[in-house]
Design a protein around this ligand. Structure first.
Ligand code: FAD
Length: 549
């Protein structure tokens, strides 16, 4: 039998991984990678840091070259070769060599599409003004760097406060550029629940990044001097020497659409759980496809490097006859800026509501990233979401200066293994004073949730705090209470509670808060065992502050 001929469109995260895996699985296959860009296998994720001059050499972004693919893997890589069309009936591709302009045809036995996604670039008036950039490729990052070096910008507007927007804000700040982020949503980091995004907001503002939230760009115009004026729908205007558009990406589906491959409801290429498209000889992976979320079961676009790599590997295995499967995404992601980290996995509260999955409970906690007695403990703000009926872990979000991503990784794995909060309670995690605690924040989250499910500590609904008629009890010390408290709450410090039980009503529920939730739990146990009806406000006053910023 003739050797299999596999053509791969796109040679970065998904495509390059697929090619290398194919070779490991099939020494005889003919593997050709086509990419219209000048590089393959480059580090998109490193681009913001190249702009910020944290990564100093462009060559450090290039993880592999066509020569390496040839010598190490016997894979032919053709850069600056754009695939123009797929002829599925003839199993062939029409390709243009961008250097010579020559158009030619290539046949395939199997075709893998990994064309990625393109930055969204709306047709706003003035969008083509010099000094307005998007960031997707090495040349994009070079252009921004050159602009910084030549024009010495002092001000920048970053449009979009998601992952890339925040990374760009940090890196432009590194270059001593004053940054304003304009974000259409009322929060930064739209994938997070809004109260968890509040930590990111505070961190950005404390580092001098100006935020214009809940406002959308309407147009760009020439401003004073050589400035670009960024005008928003609310009527505000921001002068900037440099603008970076980071308002999301759109899957590259032109080839797939033109070839009549099925496109899904989120606008990505529809694939099965073996990354096969509606044509059994065509696979698609990476940012261009939509896949199911493991928790909500809904179709999602997840433009992240991890899924792209794993999907590329799975497509290669399937092409080589293996029974490999991609079982969906959790959307596990992390973003760091100004020595601060936000991370998430699984479903957020808003995703569950969108999916009409109402059987869930959220808890908040704010433990140190390691024990308090060892110097340097930093709080991790953690939100855990689990199924109320059986404790199945559904999602988690964390924010903090240290250790947030480690906890999210643990919980991500737990979700993937279909663990419950009782498993988190029992998780055996590494501990020494400088790393964690004998009861790690993940254990703590499991214990708090498990206490609730066992009926040992009920939670009061934060969303009803302002309308509720229940008795609000604050068990912190008076000095803490005076520094800020939930309106209408009554202060009885935990140490006095047993002696002052008579001051509490028996006709109402007592909703208890403290600093971060621990003393309120103790108080709750005292009250319940004394015949009162009591519930905790999860995460205490620390949670109240982000819910009511
Ligand atoms: C600035 C930035 C930072 C990021 N940071 C992170 C991060 O920290 N963590 C994370 O998980 N993810 C991050 N990502 C996302 C991650 O890079 C992508 O999810 C991943 O690269 C997707 O891989 P892919 O193979 O689908 O597409 P890509 O890596 O984009 O590769 C697609 C390739 O296909 C080529 N191509 C497209 N159409 C054609 C055609 N018709 N003919 C020939 N070639 C074609 C393109 O030129 C491109 O080189 C970041 C992305 C960017 C842009």
């Amino acid at each position: 039998m003739a050797n299999k001929r596999v053509m791969i469109v796109g040679g970065v995260a998904g495509g390059a991984t697929c090619a290398a895996r194919l070779r490991r699985m099939d020494e005889n296959a003919e593997i050709i990678v086509l990419d219209r860009g000048p590089y393959v296998s480059f580090a998109n994720c490193g681009l913001p840091y190249y702009v910020g001059n944290v990564i100093r050499e462009e060559s450090n972004l290039l993880l592999a070259t066509p020569a390496l693919f040839r010598d190490r893997f016997n894979i032919e890589v053709r850069t600056q070769n754009e695939v123009l069309a797929i002829d599925r009936a003839a199993s062939s591709l029409s390709v243009r060599d961008l250097l010579t302009g020559r158009t030619y045809t290539e046949s395939y036995d199997a075709l893998v599409l990994s064309p990625g996604a393109a930055p969204i670039c709306p047709p706003w008036p003035g969008i083509d003004l010099p000094g307005i950039f998007t960031l997707r490729t090495v040349p994009d990052s070079r252009e921004i760097r050159n602009w910084i070096e030549e024009k010495k910008p002092r001000t920048a507007v970053v449009v979009g406060g998601g992952f890339i927007g925040l990374e760009m804000a940090e890196n432009l700040a590194h270059r001593e550029i004053a940054v304003t982020i304009v974000e259409m949503a009322n929060q930064v980091m739209p994938p997070l629940d809004s109260e968890m995004a509040e930590y990111a907001k505070q961190q950005l503002e404390s580092h001098g990044v100006a935020l214009a939230l809940g406002d959308a760009v309407a147009e760009f115009a020439h401003g004073a001097g050589n400035h670009i004026q960024v005008r928003t729908k609310s009527g505000s205007a921001y002068e900037a020497d440099l603008v970076v558009l980071a308002i999301g990406v759109r899957p590259e589906t032109n080839l797939a659409r033109q070839a009549g491959l099925e496109i899904g409801e989120r606008g990505g290429i529809r694939v099965d759980n073996q990354m096969r498209t509606s044509d059994p000889r065509v696979w698609a992976v990476g940012d261009a496809v939509e896949v199911r979320n493991r928790v909500t079961g809904q179709w999602e676009l997840t433009p992240l490097a991890g899924p792209a790599n794993r999907q590329g590997r799975i497509a290669a295995d399937v092409i080589c006859g293996r029974d490999a499967h991609f079982d969906g995404v959790l959307g596990t992601a992390v973003c760091g800026f100004f020595d601060f980290t936000v991370a998430l996995t699984g479903a957020t509260e808003k995703a569950l509501r969108r999916a009409k999955m109402d059987d869930f409970q959220c808890i908040y906690l704010h433990p140190g990233h390691h024990v308090g007695y060892y110097p340097g403990a930093q709080p991790i703000h953690l939100k855990l979401i689990f199924r109320k009926s059986d404790g199945l872990v559904l999602g988690a979000q964390a924010a903090g200066a240290e250790g947030a991503e480690r906890r999210i990784d643990i919980i991500a794995n737990a979700i993937q293994m279909k663990a419950t909060v009782f498993d988190l309670e029992e998780a055996e995690l590494c501990y020494a004073p400088q790393y964690g605690a004998a009861k790690d924040p993940v254990n703590m989250a499991g214990m708090i949730a498990a206490n609730m499910l066992r009926g040992d500590a009920e939670f009061a609904p934060w969303e009803e705090i302002q309308s509720s008629n229940e008795f609000l009890l604050d068990v912190r010390e008076p000095a803490e209470f005076e520094a800020g408290s939930i309106p209408g709450s009554v202060n009885i410090p935990l140490g006095q509670l047993r002696a002052r039980l008579g001051e509490l009503p028996r006709s109402k529920e007592i909703w208890i808060n403290c600093g971060v939730g621990q003393r309120a739990y103790y108080a709750c146990r005292i009250l319940v065992q004394n015949g009162l009806s009591a519930r905790n406000l999860s995460g205490g006053y620390a949670t109240y502050r982000v819910l009511h910023p």
